[in-house]
Structures are given as structure tokens and as C-alpha cells.
Design a protein around this ligand. Structure first.
Ligand code: KPL
Length: 319
């Protein structure tokens, strides 16, 4: 149940014992902030966009269609933070963290919620001594208006360690996140889970952006039908070359089609980014597949073609 109130028992910083800071006030960050207990959670202002008020007000439509007015503070300091959720876009995460990380206690777990792959590794490589975890979530949230978040469907969130110092902290992170009432589980093989999600996103998101259609509509399109088998072969080869458990191209295609059917009425995050004039995450999805394939001596022409076509739709984006 989302928590509409502000805390009745605020500590000095305005938060109770758990002090969860959320970096990234998009759909996913606002979803977690709404479900976590009000007194424990606040947003981290980005340096470049200092908020003009002390609180962030928005509406949440929960997964039962009920409306909640949400009020959460912009945090004025991070010294007592017990958990940082980074819900920024993949391409923004490294810079956004660099701006604020010196304010965080060294022991504070940082959970990365980005789509695709590449940004998580960049963060773990830059701060290898920090406890850094990655999350893979199937919670579906979108933001049809700046002050409105829709929790379109309940899912699960898996959390696992990326750096050595995070290895013993998964249980603490799960305890704090579970206060939201959302389903959170530990995942020892978080990279495998992130690859599974990347494969689904690689097979849905660029098609929806290029064709400007909902997820389910790609299934009958000739662009999808002409390229999906080759795309799945490229993914299957790379997953094996990365040393992860093998998946056949057929299994990957079945997963992609199942998710496209189950979310048929959804606008994918990539189409939503494009429509909203935001940079897409193509470099961390199909672009990551093309780049890693090149690095490992493999070919991935379909992933490269989809990357190029999405970038041609959004010429402002460049890594
Ligand atoms: O994760 C998604 C996304 O839009 O990024 C899918 C699974 C495609 C659902 O829309």
C-alpha cells in the first residue's frame, strides 16, 4: 500500500531509522518513494537541477487504480543515509553518482536500478571499494504527466551484489526495501538476471520505438518478423561467450514474444523516452550487445542496425 503521509515521528533529518535516499525522480524512483514508509524516504537533488521547493508532490495511481497524493522531501544532506537507490537513466547514472557520492557514508549500500547493461559495470569499476548492488525489476511504472505516476502492474525485484563489499549486505537491503510491501528477493546470480531482462528489452524496445507502436503490435510487424531470429542468434552467441548459462535462440524468442504479449498494451520505456524527448537507453541494450560482441570477436549486425536506427530517431543521443 503506498504511504501517503509524511512522517509523524521525524528524526533530525526528517527520516526515521532507515534513511533511504533516492537518486532519480522518474517513474521508478517515484514508485519506490511512494511505497516505502513516508518517514524513511527522500529524493536526492541533482546539483544541476536544485529543486525550487523542499518537497516533491505527485500523484500515484496504484495497481488497483486507487489514487494517492504523495509528498516526499528533497534531502538536504546524506550523512545518515542507510541505503541509496539509483533510479536514474543508464546514461546519467555515473555522472549523477559522482556528484553526490562523497556525501554518502562509505558503508552505505548503493542499489542500481538501470535497464540494460554497461552502466552498472561502469559504476562498480569506478568505486570498487563501495558496497554496490544491482536490481532487476519487473514492476511496471510509467509517468504519463510530470506529477503523475501509474503503477501499471506488480512484479518482482531481484537484488544482488556487484562489488565484494556488498556481498554480505543483500539481506539488509532486502529488509529495507521490503518495507514497501513490494516483492523483493535476493539473487546470487544478478548478472544472469540482468542479461535475461536485457534480451527481452533488446527484442521489444527498439521495435516499438522505430515503429512507434505498443509492445504487442510489434509481433505482426515485418520489421520484427524479418529480424527476430537473427537477433536471438546474436544474443544467444554473446550470452554463451560471456560465460553465462546458454540459452537457445528459440528460448529467447519465446521469452520476448511472451513478454510482448503480456505487456501488449504498454508503451515501452524506449518509446516513452523517445516520445518524451529524452535520451533512450539504446546504448545499454542493443548497443551493449553490439559493442560486447565486437569486443569478443563476434558479429551482431541486427543489434547494430537497431541501435543505428533508434539513434537516427534520436540524433541528440551519443555515448
Ligand atoms: O521493460 C520493458 C520496457 O519497456 O523497458 C518491457 C518489458 C518491454 C515492458 O514495457
Amino acid at each position: 500500500m503506498p504511504s501517503s503521509r509524511t512522517s509523524s515521528n521525524p528524526s533530525q533529518s526528517g527520516l526515521e531509522d532507515d534513511r533511504i535516499a533516492i537518486l532519480g525522480a522518474g517513474a521508478l524512483g517515484r514508485l519506490w518513494a511512494a511505497y516505502l514508509p513516508a518517514g524513511t524516504t527522500g529524493f536526492v537533488p541533482r546539483n544541476a537541477s536544485a529543486p525550487s521547493s523542499f518537497k516533491l508532490n505527485y500523484h500515484l495511481e496504484d495497481d488497483n487504480g486507487r489514487e494517492h497524493a504523495i509528498v516526499r522531501p528533497w534531502l538536504t544532506g546524506l550523512s545518515g543515509t542507510t541505503l541509496l537507490l539509483a533510479t536514474t537513466k543508464a546514461g546519467d547514472t555515473l555522472d549523477a553518482l559522482a556528484d553526490i557520492i562523497d556525501q554518502l557514508p562509505d558503508t552505505c549500500p548503493i542499489v542500481l536500478f538501470q535497464n540494460g547493461l554497461g552502466s552498472q559495470q561502469a559504476v562498480a569499476e569506478r568505486w570498487p571499494w563501495r558496497p554496490i548492488l544491482a536490481a532487476s525489476t519487473t514492476e511496471a511504472a510509467n509517468r504519463p504527466a510530470p506529477d503523475r505516476v501509474v503503477h501499471a502492474a506488480r512484479g518482482h525485484t531481484w537484488v544482488g551484489a556487484l562489488t565484494d563489499s556488498a556481498a554480505g549486505l543483500t539481506a539488509t537491503v532486502i529488509r529495507q526495501l521490503s518495507r514497501s510491501g513490494l516483492e523483493v528477493r535476493g539473487e546470487a546470480r544478478i548478472l544472469e538476471r540482468l542479461w535475461g531482462k536485457l534480451a527481452v528489452n533488446a527484442g521489444i524496445n527498439p521495435f516499438t520505438a522505430i515503429l512507434d507502436c505498443r509492445n504487442g503490435d510489434i509481433l505482426e510487424s515485418s520489421l520484427f518478423l524479418d529480424h527476430i531470429d537473427a537477433l536471438c542468434e546474436e544474443l544467444a552467441r554473446l550470452i554463451t561467450a560471456e560465460g553465462l548459462p546458454a540459452h537457445s535462440p528459440r528460448e529467447l524468442r519465446d521469452d520476448i514474444e511472451r513478454v510482448a504479449r503480456n505487456t501488449s498494451a504498454n508503451t515501452s520505456s524506449m518509446r516513452g523516452d523517445f516520445q518524451g524527448g529524452r535520451a533512450t537507453e539504446i546504448d545499454y541494450i542493443n548497443g551493449h550487445v553490439a559493442r560486447r560482441s565486437r569486443e569478443l570477436g563476434l558479429d551482431a549486425p541486427v543489434n547494430q542496425m537497431l541501435t543505428d536506427r533508434v539513434k537516427a530517431l534520436a540524433p541528440h543521443q551519443d555515448l
